[in-house]
Design a protein around this ligand. Structure first.
Ligand code: PLP
Length: 383
């Protein structure tokens, strides 16, 4: 997140002093990110992955910008429809769905479904007759900070089979989807997914089935501690992959499902320091305990995978290492132990710790109240 964007949120927090922990989202930044993406990927339908942040104001802002939506459950369908999204702009992207949830989606007018197994094709054919289906293929998430690719997806030959079966069951074989892993720092990695998908397109074309859509998934990065490649280099890599694997201009329509890219840099989480324990009292290192941790929304700090930029309300001339932990009694609730965070000397209970670029996968990950700690409240600012 840009310093001036964080500054605006910090001003808001200093003026209103809401109870912590809390997340503030600047909707103007969501809009800016959407515009950047839809300019750079002007030929691509953008489906916001609602699970990244399902706050109604965020979804409403994206409806206003003309976004489509990737949903995974009836509740996410309801959020989008309540925010004014047209049901035809929703894609039910979770490859495992209860039959009654498919029927619910169908009854609400949703007609695009992702599958990756024969059983799921059967469920969709029964519960959403005539629906459009994309098949999810499996790709490695090498290069990604948070794997989203290793749980679902079949091989290209199976994908072709499933889409043939879909047609024989009265469904409309619509396309191929993949997810190359979240916070993917290697733009060249999209080539794998595009190449595998092209095999499915080619195999079905031999049978006279013309797939229409290639869904490039999510994976575009936010700005955490490390620098990340520019959006343009992702576009260039994807462009190269498309020309290589779909030669002769016979390209499918493109779709993408960004979550993190659209909302992470728009959000800042404010937490309060509950306790600072001296190095002598612990393992030779200073421990800083916050009022938010692994269970309050910082789930992606597991394995220290996502390393947020932090800033404290108190500054000092010197900085020292710290272990940073959450407020619960679970030993898993340590946020950063090995990631070498240097924080001001002299921090003390009651100081604030601001967690930057925290708009994605935080509030949506928070437990309902482990150890009695409530999930963070969300406030949206900006038009
Ligand atoms: C979570 C998810 C996304 C969003 O991924 P990001 O890396 O946050 O952009 C997109 N598509 C599917 C199917 C997902 O599960």
């Amino acid at each position: 997140m840009r310093a001036e964007d964080a500054g605006r949120i910090i001003d808001y927090l200093d003026r209103h002093r809401p109870a912590t922990p809390c997340l503030v989202i600047d909707l103007n930044v969501v809009k800016r990110q959407y515009h950047r993406l839809s300019t750079t990927f002007s030929d691509t339908e953008i489906f916001y992955a609602v699970k990244a942040n399902s706050h109604p104001d965020v979804v409403r802002a994206l409806v206003g910008l003309g976004a489509s939506f990737d949903v995974a459950s009836p509740a996410e369908i309801d959020v989008c429809l309540a925010a004014g999204a047209a049901p035809g702009r929703l894609s039910y992207g979770n490859p495992i769905k209860k039959r009654r949830d498919i029927a619910y989606a169908h009854s609400r007018g949703v007609d695009t479904f992702v599958v990756d197994s024969a059983e799921e094709v059967g469920k969709v054919a029964d519960a959403a007759p005539g629906g459009r289906v994309l098949c999810r293929i499996r790709v490695s998430s090498d290069g990604a900070r948070w794997s989203l690719s290793e749980k679902f997806g079949c091989g290209p030959a199976q994908a072709a089979d499933l889409l043939r079966t879909a047609r024989s069951r009265g469904l409309r074989p619509y396309g191929v989807a993949f997810h190359i892993g979240s916070q993917q720092l290697k733009p060249a990695r999209w080539n794998d997914g595009v190449a595998l998908a092209a095999r499915v397109f080619a195999e079905l074309a031999d049978d006279g089935i013309e797939l229409e859509v290639l869904n490039l998934g999510g994976g575009l990065p936010a700005h955490y501690r490390d620098s990340v490649p520019a959006l343009e280099s992702y576009r260039e890599s994807i462009e190269t992959a498309l020309s290589l694997n779909f030669p002769g201009g016979r390209r499918p329509r493109l779709a993408a499902e960004p979550g993190r890219f659209l909302v992470a840099d728009a959000g800042l989480l404010r937490s309060e320091i509950v306790l600072v324990a001296d190095a002598e009292e612990r393992d030779g290192r200073r421990w800083i305990y916050l009022d938010i941790g692994r269970f309050g929304g910082l789930a992606e700090t597991e394995g220290e995978a996502i390393q947020y930029r932090l800033s404290a309300s108190r500054s000092s001339r010197t900085e020292e290492p710290a272990v940073i932990a959450g407020p619960t009694c679970d030993s898993a609730d340590v946020i950063y132990r090995d990631a070498n965070y240097l924080l001001p000397t002299g921090l003390t209970a009651g100081d604030y710790m601001d967690i930057h670029s925290a708009g994605a996968y935080t509030s949506s990950y928070a437990s309902v109240g482990f150890n009695g700690f409530s999930p963070p409240d969300t406030y949206c600012i900006g038009a």
